[in-house]
Design a protein around this ligand. Structure first.
Ligand SMILES: [Zn+2]
Length: 87
């Protein structure tokens, strides 16, 4: 099994989130980010990881799942997008 580290929560994963530009479509079991979905846009990826990490921190460092995931997913995408816009 390839091992790697989650770019959001730094937990050790037993899969690679991305390999040669192809996403794993896996969900991090520690923070709940969905690789290939939440971080699909390369230009937003770093911002998404940063925003997801702050959500995960404020959620008490447990996986974000279910209806909470839907809320966080939308909110993280909006905040990542807003960082691209000139201030
Ligand atoms: Zn993670």
């Amino acid at each position: 099994m390839p091992q790697s580290v989650c770019p959001v929560c730094e937990s050790v994963l037993d899969f690679e989130p991305w390999h040669d530009g192809v996403s794993s479509q896996e969900i991090c079991p520690f923070c709940g980010i969905h690789f290939g979905y939440n971080d699909a846009r390369p230009d937003l990826r770093e911002a998404v990881y940063t925003e997801w990490r702050s959500e995960w921190d404020s959620a008490g460092r447990r996986p974000i799942t279910g209806s909470e995931w839907k809320r966080v997913s939308t909110s993280v995408a909006q905040r990542a997008l807003s960082k691209l816009r000139p201030h």
